[in-house]
Design a protein around this ligand. Structure first.
Ligand SMILES: Nc1ncnc2c1ncn2[C@@H]1O[C@H](COP(=O)(O)OP(=O)(O)OP(=O)(O)O)[C@@H](O)[C@H]1O
Ligand SMILES: [Mg+2]
Length: 270
């Protein structure tokens, strides 16, 4: 038994990633803060291979901060985060590249570079990680556009020339540029009309099923949570308050969980 495994068993009663091939991402005891303000404290999380995990929580609870901490963009004070078995805090440059090559990200803010065309945006990760000819990169960008349901003539448009829904799709195309195993989506359907959001959900569910993609999705969209998420994690009180299926959320007695999933707004769905 490894030291880490023993430690995880002792502290959290859960096996560490080396012992569970079905866990793609694991966070243990993660604390993140800015100055005196602690945002996340002693947080634990496991993301299973192939699942669509929806992340909810009140505004400002740290959903985006957690995502950025997992991506290594926001420093954590304590804890361990492993993705694909790698602890990025200890990884070599080469290992970090390997991990980055296997994930795609759609950020909540600034989804696309405004000075680049859609095609150039999709090619940003390709340029960073692959050594391909311009022709091949154009071909690949075209395939990604098709994958997310955008017309080929969107390739040479700038983000400002697209509708909100098209920007989301183009951002997803960029997140999928390297054929990732795992995608992080921060509020991918916010700002879309319900039909556009439903179409986007369907697309994500489809990609997850056909490509075996694991999806980590922050969302406020109750419809998404109901229709496509395998499990839901609720962020609150600086940690993952509860994690489970939508049915489990509907039965949960925590006041915030109750009001979110069974409150007035939730009930209006039916
Ligand atoms: N770089 C930073 N420096 C200082 N404070 C920050 C920084 N980034 C985030 N915060 C703070 O951390 C808290 C959590 O922010 P975060 O963006 O993660 O919220 P969120 O759960 O994603 O909210 P929303 O649902 O509105 O997107 C907020 O109080 C925010 O002000
Ligand atoms: Mg956020």
């Amino acid at each position: 038994m490894s030291e880490q495994f023993a430690e995880d068993q002792k502290v959290h009663g859960v096996p560490s990633i080396e012992h569970d091939g079905d866990i793609l991402l694991s966070a243990r005891g993660v604390t993140v803060g800015f100055g005196p303000k602690i945002i996340l404290q002693d947080l634990d999380l496991d993301v299973r291979k192939g699942e669509i995990l929806g992340f909810v929580g009140g505004s400002g609870t740290g959903k985006s901060v957690l995502m950025r901490a997992i991506l290594g963009l926001t420093p954590k004070r304590t804890g361990t985060i492993k993705v694909f078995g790698y602890d990025l805090a200890k990884a070599s440059e080469q290992e970090r590249k390997t991990v980055e090559r296997r994930w795609g990200v759609l950020f909540q803010q600034g989804a696309l570079f405004s000075s680049l065309t859609v095609k150039q945006n999709i090619q940003v990760p390709m340029r960073e990680h692959l050594n391909l000819s311009p022709r091949l990169m154009d071909e690949l960008a075209g395939l990604k556009l098709e994958l997310v349901g955008l017309p080929q003539d969107a390739a040479d448009k700038f983000p400002s020339e697209l509708s909100g829904g098209m920007v989301k799709r183009a951002s997803l195309a960029r997140a999928l540029a390297l054929d990732p195993d795992l995608v992080f989506l921060d509020e991918p359907t916010s700002g879309l009309d319900p039909i556009g959001a439903a179409a986007f959900d369907k697309l994500i569910a489809n990609l997850s099923e056909t490509l075996g993609l694991t999806v980590y999705m922050v969302t406020h969209d109750l419809d998404s949570l109901h229709s496509i998420c395998d499990r839901i994690a609720v962020l609150g009180e600086k940690r993952v308050l509860v994690i489970g299926t939508i049915d489990e959320m509907m039965k949960n007695e925590h006041p915030w969980v109750m009001s979110y999933f069974r409150g007035e707004r939730a009930l209006r769905r039916f």
